[in-house]
Write a protein that binds this ligand. Sequence first.
Ligand code: NVA
Length: 306
Amino acid sequence: MSLKHFLADDQLNQAQLKSLITLALKMKQNPADYQNLLAGKSVVMLFEKPSLRTHISFDIGIQKLGGHALYIGQQNGQLGERERVSDVAKNLACWSDAIVARVFKHQVLQELAAHAGKPVINALCDLYHPCQALADFVTLTENFADLSQVKLAYVGDGNNVSNSLMLMAATLGVDFTLVCPTGFGPQAEMFNKAKEIAQASGSQLSLTANVEALGRQDAIYTDTWVSMGDETKVEDILATFAAYQVNHELMNSAGAKVVMHCQPAHLGQEITAELFDSELSVATSQAENRMWAQNAVLATLLAEPA
Ligand code: NVA
């Protein structure tokens, strides 16, 4: 598969996504078969924002492939402040084989990719979280026999996680409903892009502010109401979002069998503790699958052709 970077979900076609999902599941079943894939390779992980799952799953995942991971946290401040992003990219590329970056602005990832000459992986930005979405579709593949028949809904704040999920669902032909309060949905450009992709794949894509219009769903996904980098105070939006809480009542009304969350979860806000801790929740599988999904991406971007 010819893939240079893993920056935004709409840069991958259906065949590429399906092959990444298949590889992630193979790696999960037979990790020993892949233990030398990144031998002698080093990956720099550049994080402008906090992380638990992404940091650890990349670090341990790279180790499982026989590679070396190096983490640079927030001590250097925001990228582009102390020195140009292009210079950071050129320097890192001298020593490493790939860059994993979590940044405030998507444009910074594009700049890294333009100047590094080495693969760049988006570990979350303001617009996308493609590693999460890939892990989510790995998780859905484990839970449903036929992905193309799955009805997936996202309820809550329209953000990086919902953008990636919407774009990947559209590419994979999965029906996707986005339920966000008015004013908290995706940017029109993002939704239109997903609509275009959905038209080509045959996926039904809808956007509504009306929770009552959710209809029957197989899986319901939610994420924080206030993302990292968003200055909004949660107290100021609690009333707006109250009707969008994902709880047992909503699951029952949609007939949904699976609830998904990328974590960290804000219990009592976007999801109830009862539901998050229930057997309907696949949040821990999603977290586990982050590593296998990312390893499939790393292998595809970095492994030498056989
Ligand atoms: N939307 C959240 C995802 C955290 C993994 C954020 O950007 O903070």
